[in-house]
Each structure stands twice: as C-alpha cells, then as structure tokens.
Design a protein around this ligand. Sequence first.
Ligand SMILES: Nc1ncnc2c1ncn2[C@@H]1O[C@H](COP(=O)(O)OP(=O)(O)OP(=O)(O)O)[C@@H](O)[C@H]1O
Ligand SMILES: [Mg+2]
Length: 546
Amino acid sequence: MAALFDEISQQLDFSSCGEEGSSSDNSSDDCTSSIRSPRIHSPSSACRTPRVQRHRSRNSTLSPLQCTSPIPYASWRKLRLCDSPSTPKSLLSKSSQPSSSSKIGGLQRTLRFASAAPNLIQAPFVNVNPFTPDTVRRNSEQQWRNHCRSEDNYGRRLKHSLTSSEEDDEAFLPPKRRAVQAFMLSRYESEFLELECIGVGEFGAVYKCVKRLDGCLYAIKRSRRPLAGSANEQLALKEVYAHAVLGHHPHVVRYYSAWAEDDHMIIQNEYCDGGSLSDVIVKKTVQGELFSEAELKDLLLQVSMGLKYIHSSGLVHLDIKPSNIFICQRPSTSAAGEGESEEEDDRSTSAGVIYKIGDLGHVTSTNSPQVEEGDSRFLASEVLQEDYRHLPKADIFALGLTILLAAGAPPLPQNGDEWHSLREGQLPKLPKELSPPFRGLLQLMLDPDLMKRPSARELCKHTVLREERTGRVAAQLQRELNVEKFRTAMLEKELQEARQAALSPKQNLPFWLKLPIKMGSLPKTGRLVGRKTERSMSFGCLGYGV
Ligand SMILES: Nc1ncnc2c1ncn2[C@@H]1O[C@H](COP(=O)(O)OP(=O)(O)OP(=O)(O)O)[C@@H](O)[C@H]1O
Ligand SMILES: [Mg+2]
C-alpha cells in the first residue's frame, strides 16, 4: 500500500509555484519582512514570554524516523527548528509524545484511504466533527450507525460476488495501471483549472482556480507537505470541521468543499479578490498612505460581526491577524443577500469593501478547548499562561492589535519587553492620532484585564463604530429621498399640465396635440403617470443636489 501511495504521489505531484518556499505571509502581518529572527528573551517578571515566535508548526511534529514525507532529514530539522512565528509550543511538546502520534496514525489512515480510489469493500469512514452541536450529533450518529451496517452488508456481498479470477487479475496487474487510475481520479485536476498561486502560508499553498463545471473562481488551499503521520492532519481536519459547522456568514470566508488527495488536504473556499488585509497594509505603507479613521472603524465593525458569529457558534478563531482577514472588492452574493440583522447589512460598507475572516486552522471550541496557539505577536498573555476560560477575549485582543497595525503601528514584537508592555496596556505610537473615543475603544480591547475587553457582540453595537455606519446609512437615505422628491415634483408638474389642457377650449383635440413641444416626443399612447421614470434624470436640477 505504501508503494502505491508513493507512486500516486509521484503521479500527482503538484509542482507548481511556491510550495517549496517558506511562509510568506507571516511577516507581512507586521508590514515588514525583517522580523523573522526571534529574540529569545528571559523575562525578569514572573510572567511567561513566548520562547520563540509561535505560530503554527503544522509540519514539525514527527521525528525524522517517523516522517514519511520525502523531505530529507537535514531539511526536516530546519523545518522543525526554524525560528518562525509559527512554532507553537503545544505542537512541539506533542511531537515528543508517542501517544499523540499513534492517534494521528489512525486519522491518517482515514484520510489516505478516503483519498484513494473509492473502495466499496472497505468499511466506510465517517469523521466525527467535534464542533457539531450535541443535538445534531446525537441524531446523526444513529443514522450513521444504520448506514454503516447496511454498507457493511453491501461490501460483504460485493466481495463475495467477485470471482476468484477477478481477484487474481487485480493481484497481477502491473502497478502502473493503478497509478494511471489514481491519476485519472485526481479531483483537483479534473474539476479545477489552476490559474495562479495566490499565497503560501505555514500550512499550505493557496491557488486561484476556476471550477471547470460552474466557471466560478475559488481559492483552493492545499497542504504544503503530505499529511501522513503528522499532526498537520489533525489541524487540517480542524479547519475543515470549523468551516463545515460555521456555514455561511458575510464576514467569514465561505467554504465549499474539502477532500484528501495524494495524502494532501485540499480545501475549496470562496475566492476573495482583494487579497488579505496584510497585503493592503503593505501596499499602503509602500505608498505612504494610511487608512482613514472611518475605514478603520468599518474594518473593526465588519470583523467584529464575523467574530460575533464565530463566538456565538461556540467557537474561537485564535489566529486573528491581518494575513487571515480577506477582502472582497465587489459586493459578494453572500454579503448582499444573507444579512440576518441590521448588523449584517453590507450595503453601506465603505467603497464596497467586505472583510472576511479566513484561515480557520486554529479554531477550537470554547467549551472544551484544544488550543493551538496562533502567531505569538497577536497572542494574549492569558493564552500563553494557559488560562483558557475566556478564549473569545483572546480574539478581541488579537483584533485590537490588527486594527493598530492597520492604523500604521510599527511591527509587533514577538517577545521581550515590548511584547510585555503591549500586554500591560501600553499602546504603540501611531503615525496619525486617532480620535479619543476610538483610541479608548482600542485600549479597552487590549486591556490586561480580559473582563474589561468588549465582547464581539458589544463591539457590533458600539456607538463609536455604529455612528460611522449610521452616518453613511443616513446619507444614503437622504440621497434616495432626494430622488423620490424629484420624481414627485415632475409628476405633479405633469398632472398640472394635463389638468390645464383638459380645461382649455380645444377640448375636441387629442390631448397630446395640446402639450408643449418638449412633450411631443412622447409616444401617442404614452401614459401620464409613471412615464417619467423612464427618463434620464439630472439630480440637482431642482435644487436637490446630493
Ligand atoms: N480565500 C482566499 N482568497 C484570496 N486569497 C487567499 C484566500 N485564502 C488564502 N489566501 C492567500 O493565501 C495566504 C495563505 O492563506 P492561509 O492563511 O489560509 O494559509 P495558512 O497556510 O493557514 O497560513 P498561515 O498559517 O501562515 O496563517 C493568505 O495570506 C492570502 O494571501
Ligand atoms: Mg493564514
């Protein structure tokens, strides 16, 4: 079987851009690429300090002997020991625990077999999504059990129906034929046309693809290294579980599908045409531009809406940062039609920009958290101290720092004195001062006392953020009102003219002959009421300028 998978993996080599490169997006969260080397710091205080830049290290959990990936030992060691912001302590410690790797082995089989040619004779695997609400799970578990029983019987019957000669044929077929079969079964290649690589993260490379069937664009995330025998598999599943449970929300990147192929996890997500917030921050920095305060408030409000949704589903993100917030330039269908409350009404977003939370690889449930620390630069100190009682407030903390970066704050420290002072409530200096109420709100989001930090729900209702939106909505309504007033005035004028014509002595002439010349171009059958709506209008001609 191992030989078969080796062969398949050769056939399905996704050798396109970027996969061998190191992560490119972490550094941009601080709008710089020069902060990769860690500053190991021994704190004088009792408080813990991140030992290295801790972000995810989805790839670094196996001993070289266990590792089944083709990465040579030397490179593997580099991966494991690299001082990137992506070396979470929990993964490192897990790597030394044999028990966890045996668990992974079980899961690994699940994915590998599920990804190979579907084999009816094998027992059907159904993953249990740990984020599924209890009630839904209880109902579906019973259904799965019934279903498994019937599939088991079917498998047995099918096996019996195979003649011995068929089985012999299978055994003596050259391995090449299997590889060709597997190649033809590549769902990625048969269903999608890869256009370009749009990002490389710690976990995976992301490709912009067109789905051959529907012609729509998607972002396809593929784990960079094989999942087999690594803790990456659990993390990959975590991301899929979270997406599947979260469903649709205008401010969460939409998920379409996921599957394993060639021992790599592939996730099909909504394509966000504006890239990540991190990209925009870098671009603005290069151009010497800054987000306006109104734009910052809009960003905070939108991401808070996404977080409110995630938190209300009993989950926490735990890796909020600019490179995990994606932008849609156009009003997406999901944003236009799915607003459930006034909070989700996106018609009034500034310049039509919609922010969406993505990269759910660190999501965990609030009730029984299994914390995989995110990027240390955005890590709340209580999470570092393994106090997981109020995890949503860690997301709020990371969001506060994200907004400060968008406001032009210098790169965030990975550890050390600066790291601690940020967590003691000392905000960094900004190139342009914010208004006191807004600055006060950001200060609260970073409060060392997590109980003082506002919840996502509170942020969504906060007057400092709402007044901006309320102002925009009021302006929009005023514009619409002006248009309606203009229409009414035109109709009244026409009505008056029609009445006058009716009272004039030439009553036996058709009324349209009595109309002034400017109206003569109308069709003879033209209706009086409502016909004005077909005309082009010049706003402001009656003093209703907008
Ligand atoms: N849906 C999407 N639309 C557009 N671009 C995307 C999308 N998803 C990811 N990207 C691009 O790919 C990059 C990496 O994606 P993502 O954060 O999901 O991967 P990752 O490997 O989990 O990253 P990391 O672990 O470094 O945060 C993003 O920063 C972004 O530039
Ligand atoms: Mg990411």
